[in-house]
Design a protein around this ligand. Structure first.
Ligand code: KIV
Ligand code: ZN
Length: 515
């Protein structure tokens, strides 16, 4: 028998919780579309009661995604469950995920309750959630450290109250695989109504064992695995779902369980999540690291040339990596760019061809040859921009050396072009002074990163900043062959979002005053 393991993705909830700057609704929707295409069964889109922004994202995702079930998180209290149901109700079918701590340390020291109180609260909240949907999941937070007798009791009660999925999280990443597998085994042996629910696991990676623990649980009978793309999540992160999917696919000889994942979408989804979340992937990471399919030692290369199976247990193509071998130049037309994007696995709705082509031509003029990785960077960058951006960098000149740097700019501000010049401690500092002066936004930088995208001296430079404005953090990205320009674009990315939000606020206030 080949059972299906449900993959439950919480990149947009547990993963997003761990980012220094929140994702926008637009970015979350982009990720949700990628997860849907990847074949994720359940997408946990957020925690609606936590903020109006989260509520709005869950609602937007529930409105737009049809191929995956959308789920929202709620503490075991009525107002959270009501908010989750309100955000999700635009979908035909949805899941409410409610949770409560069950370990002694959490029950006594965090909740300051007894275990019997917890049992009662869990039952009540599950019953309340069932008023909105048949698909209710209950999580026993810190199950990995919960005494097994208590865990069996609460799992039995939760199922009898109507939970259809029971999640067993190793919230603090404390257990080891044989131990965690044994917890799942005991639940199957001791809980009388266990066959009425799907047993799920949600493992954190504090000891680097989240994937191993999840796989041990699958071997013991769990049929839902929760996790995130690239293993994002609280502290050391969550189970990397791309690893779970490829383990079950590559070792189909060993497991009698498979997933709905279209593995050819893994690479694309992983890059998108890394880019939008501003979380680079370590190059030796399993499955999606840049080196995951490269062979360096002479002996390995020799083996690969003779027979790829000597050192390759899965192919790069199986996760959607493609080497086109043909590069684009400024003489390439729109059709050639589109055909390249098709081959890289991007669909028409993933990008605006007019904007991409305009940016492609600018880059091709500067660089000569445009490679696949350049095209992907341009696409991410073009998607972050709105055609109606108020501020646009029309001209940039930099003078720098071993003395103070001078920068002058021409900045398009709506219909007007403004000029400014400044001296700074390095060209980026001077450029940022100019931009602050012209736009009037006073921003503090919490983080500034420069990364080379692609190979060689003429590769694209990507600047990522975390900007702090009035106590809130914003992520800005800019891409260019000129790293100072990339830094300027990253700052303008943030300032344009702030300006758009300010404009919306002013319109609201005007309407309020008129009413
Ligand atoms: O780690 C955890 O226990 C969680 C729960 C909310 C499922 O994220
Ligand atoms: Zn978690």
């Amino acid at each position: 028998m080949n059972d299906q393991v449900i993959l439950f993705d919480t990149t947009l909830r547990d993963g997003e919780q761990a980012l220094s700057a929140s994702l926008t609704v637009k970015e979350k929707l982009q990720i949700a579309f990628a997860l849907e295409r990847l074949g994720i069964d359940v997408i946990e889109a957020g925690f609606p009661v936590s903020s109006p922004g989260d509520f709005n994202s869950v609602k937007t995702i529930a409105e737009n995604i049809k191929g995956s079930r959308i789920c929202a998180l709620a503490r075991a209290v009525e107002k959270d469950i009501d908010a989750a149901a309100e955000a999700l109700k635009v979908a035909d079918e949805f899941r409410i995920h409610t949770f409560l701590s069950t370990s002694t340390i959490h029950v006594q020291d965090k909740l300051r309750r007894t275990f019997d109180d917890v049992l009662d609260m869990a039952m009540k909240s599950i019953k309340h959630a069932r008023k909105y949907t048949d698909d209710v999941e209950f999580s026993c937070e810190d199950a990995g450290r919960t005494p097994i007798d208590n865990l069996c009791r609460i799992v039995e009660s939760a199922i009898s109250a109507g939970a259809k999925t029971i999640n067993i999280p190793d919230t603090v990443g404390y257990t080891i695989p044989s131990e965690f597998g044994h917890i799942i085994e005991q639940l199957f042996n001791r809980v009388p109504n266990i066959d009425q629910a799907v047993i799920s696991v949600h493992c954190h990676d504090d000891l680097g064992l989240s994937v191993a623990n999840s796989i041990a649980a699958v071997q013991a009978g769990a049929r839902q695995v929760e996790g995130t793309i690239n293993g994002l999540g609280e502290r050391a992160g969550n189970t990397a779902l791309e690893e779970v999917a490829m383990i079950l696919q590559t070792r189909g000889d060993f497991f009698s369980a498979s997933t709905n994942i279209n593995s050819k979408e893994i690479s694309r989804t992983s890059k998108l999540v890394s880019q939008l979340c501003n979380m680079p992937i370590q190059s030796n990471k399993a499955i999606v690291g840049a080196n995951a399919f490269s062979h360096s030692s002479g002996i390995h290369q020799d083996g690969m040339l003779k027979n790829k199976n000597t050192y390759e247990i899965m192919t790069p193509e199986s996760i959607g990596l493609k080497n086109q071998g043909l590069n684009l130049t400024s003489r390439s037309g729109r059709a050639a760019v589109k055909s390249h994007m098709d081959t890289l696995g991007y669909k028409d709705g993933d990008y605006n061809l007019d904007v991409l082509y305009e940016n492609f031509l600018k880059l091709a003029d500067k660089k000569g040859q445009v490679f696949d990785y350049d095209l992907e960077s341009l696409m991410y960058f073009s998607n972050l921009r709105d055609e109606d951006d108020f501020f646009k960098l029309n001209y940039l000149s930099v003078q720098s050396g071993s003395v103070m740097s001078t920068t002058s700019i021409k900045l398009q501000c709506g219909d007007e072009e403004k000029c400014e010049a400044a001296v700074g401690n390095g060209p980026v500092d001077a450029l940022y002074q100019c931009i602050y002066r012209v736009t009037g936004y006073d921003i503090t930088l919490d983080k500034f990163d420069l990364t080379a995208k692609g190979e060689g001296e003429d590769g694209l430079g990507q600047a990522d900043i975390i900007a702090n404005y009035k106590g809130r953090k914003y992520h800005g990205t800019g891409v260019s062959t000129d790293i100072v320009e990339a830094a300027g674009e990253a700052l303008l990315h943030v300032i344009n979002s702030l300006h758009r939000a300010d404009e919306i606020e002013q319109i609201k206030q005007r309407k309020h005053t008129e009413a």
